[in-house]
Design a protein around this ligand. Sequence first.
Ligand code: R5P
Length: 291
Amino acid sequence: MLLIPGPASRELGEEIARLAQLELGKLESKLFPDGESYLRLESNVERREVAIVQSTYPPQDRHIMQLLLMADNLKSLGASRTVAIIPYMAYARQDKRFLEGEAISIETILKMFKHAGIDEIITVNIHSPWILQHASISVTNLDATGLLARHSHNLGLSSPLIVSPGKKGEAMASVAAKEIGTDFAPVHSERDPHTGEVKIIVEADVKDRDVLFIDDIISTGGTAIKTVKTLKKLGARRIVVSCIHALMIGDADKKLLEVGAEKLVATNTIPNRYAEVSIAPLIAQYLKRER
Ligand code: R5P
């Protein structure tokens, strides 16, 4: 298998290739003055299985377009099979019609990837894993919760209570708690589809406890900020906030630190300043096992 890092994930792609002991392919990329992407494959891909690594963090549309260009180009240059490693899958949060007439973006995105010639997708903690059962393309969803929890635990928290919002968060918290041998508590978040307003209810006694907040994604930070505020009000001691996908839109990180988070920790599915945990070993291990 040849591995080609896309413009959005050069460093991560190189790390995966090194750990999985895969040959590294070469791709030239640049932006035209009008913002369109130019890509030129410099490796021979004829009759080869090729993995491309391209995360689709902001600017999502550009990174998706580059992924489509890469995949279609591979197909037309004779690659036998294309695997797309998409550490952060954009457009995954609109997975159903919350309001009548809305576009179900994740379905559209997956159809586009398939049409461009992608045979298989490997992603990490996709927002709605349940949609994958009926997806138009084979998607493997790897879970980085264990990696993140282990790293965060090593920061010196004392028997931290793990909290994570929502039903999916509860499952995530349970995985993290098992990983480091501690307990977890459900946190309910309710988002109003019209105003975006989020309400938080923590179902535990957090007084004088260290807390590890863990979530799949921090976007505007609204959910995490409200949870940290609630935890502080309830008397929590040290609070570390961690997430797999750190979008950190606007001042999300600054606000989190202001309301009482002691430290922020994230993975590198999206390049960010809190990326202390690399998901490269998780992906490399999967590639080695499956191939
Ligand atoms: C919700 O289902 C997710 O797990 C996150 O809690 C949420 O999407 C984060 O978004 P924001 O940072 O904008 O509150």
